[in-house]
Design a protein around this ligand. Structure first.
Ligand SMILES: C[S@@+](CC[C@H](N)C(=O)[O-])C[C@H]1O[C@@H](n2cnc3c(N)ncnc32)[C@H](O)[C@@H]1O
Length: 397
């Protein structure tokens, strides 16, 4: 991570000001809202190449450390490096250490088929049937499906980066055009897919999580979301070597109010995955449990207004802001830190972590003269984020 350590800063940073294409917009200073004392830290709002983010400035061993803020991460690294250098130059600082001059820039491989979750929220649209593979691992099964069904749009979900890179390589080598890959937790992904669009969802050899069943992909919520995105005759397909996972899923599925389930033991598929080969060599049984969708579902609305309507009295709010995590059934809100903007009335930054327990989101809320908004951009419209936002509104307004 690029950073600079200063012996001293010779000129105070005036805001707003700009140098060499970097704009410094405002400075916010840490505010002690918990009982534990802390060192002063500054957040410097910075814009470069039309991207807005924060730099952190704090004391470190009698020197000053300037680095990018973790929550407002941006890329490429060059942009951060240039901004840090602009700060050093504008403040005529005496540099003790810097890795911003020769920080080697990693060349990103072309990742045409790797998509950000934002892409699925805002831009993804297809007339083709969609099929999804959850936890594709080596990608053997997904590649086989994509090659044999060129008219289907496949989406591969994985959270293991080396597996993603391996699949992207194969997509390139085999010139496959109908797979989109996303690094996202499968339990939360389905929320962003339109109702009744998916033909098949493959869950092959999921991690059994026998000691932590709450981490399993299958749950009542997951099954209901799968049924919503599946079109009539669409299928949710589990293949597992774990008797415990099989029993657990059969119990969940047979508790559905209505449905069609088929079970197979040791069924051969056209392609066998690495895991499957291993289990077969060990003489284990392989179980298939397929749930078929028999009903259409209503569309869900992905548009949600994350704005704050009422004017906020920032200084009043931060005096009574909860320091403890607010935990509700399916979401939480935790205020991490507070900063007040110098020389601007009723203004500051609130750093919060919130949303789903498995995939919490960290963001800043910027309050400028009483008007609050999410810094950089709004949260993704997941059900947990929407509920958390309503709670945050209650706290602030
Ligand atoms: C046991 S491997 C099976 C891989 C592949 N399906 C096969 O049959 O060879 C399980 C895979 O699921 C992925 N995984 C685990 N939890 C996940 C989640 N919540 N969302 C997406 N992928 C997940 C893991 O990274 C791992 O690659």
């Amino acid at each position: 991570m690029p950073h600079i350590v200063f012996n001293k800063i010779n000129k105070e940073l005036n805001v707003p000001s700009s140098l060499d294409g970097t704009n410094f917009n405002f400075i916010a200073k840490s505010y002690n809202f918990t009982d534990s004392p802390r060192k002063t830290e500054y957040k410097i709002s910075t814009t470069r190449d039309k991207k807005e983010f924060l730099l952190t400035l704090r004391e470190k061993e009698e020197k000053l450390l300037l680095k990018p803020d973790k929550v407002t991460r941006i890329s490429p690294v060059q942009l951060i490096k240039d901004s840090l250098n602009s700060y050093a130059k504008i403040t005529e600082a005496e540099i003790a250490f810097s890795n911003t001059q020769n920080f080697s820039q990693k060349v990103e491989p072309t990742q045409e088929y790797l998509k950000d979750i934002d892409y699925f929220v805002n831009d993804f649209n297809t007339d083709k049937e969609i099929q999804i593979e959850i936890g594709f691992g080596s990608g053997r099964h997904l590649l086989h499906q994509a090659k044999t069904n060129p008219d289907v749009q496949f989406i591969g979900l994985e959270i293991h980066t080396p597996s993603i890179e391996q699949l992207l390589k194969q997509i390139k080598i085999q010139e496959i055009k109908n797979i989109l890959v996303v690094n996202y937790d499968a339990r939360l992904f389905m929320e962003f897919i339109k109702s009744n669009k998916v033909g098949r969802i493959f869950v092959h050899f999921p991690v059994p999580w026998d000691k932590k069943p709450h981490r399993r992909i299958y749950s009542n919520d997951f099954i209901n979301e799968a049924l919503r995105v599946l079109k009539i005759t669409g299928t949710l397909e589990l293949r597992t070597d774990s008797r415990k996972y099989f029993d657990y899923c059969v119990e969940l599925l047979t508790n559905l109010p209505k449905g069609k389930i088929t079970i197979d033991i040791n069924k051969d598929l056209a392609v066998s995955s690495k895991y499957e080969d291993r289990w077969k060599r060990q003489g284990k049984h392989i179980y298939d449990v397929v749930l078929t969708c028999e009903e259409n579902d209503a569309e869900i609305n992905h548009e949600f207004d994350f704005s704050f309507k009422k004017e906020i009295n920032f200084l009043e709010v931060i005096k009574r802001i909860p320091t403890k995590t607010l935990v509700e059934k399916d979401y939480f809100v935790h205020v991490e830190d507070i900063f007040t903007i110098e020389n601007k009335e009723n203004s500051g930054l609130i750093q919060i972590t919130f949303g789903n327990f498995d995939r919490p989101l960290s963001k800043y809320i910027l309050v400028e003269e009483g008007k609050a908004s999410y810094f950089q951009d709004s949260p993704l419209p997941t059900s947990a984020n929407i509920k958390a936002h309503q709670k945050i509104k209650e706290i602030l307004e």
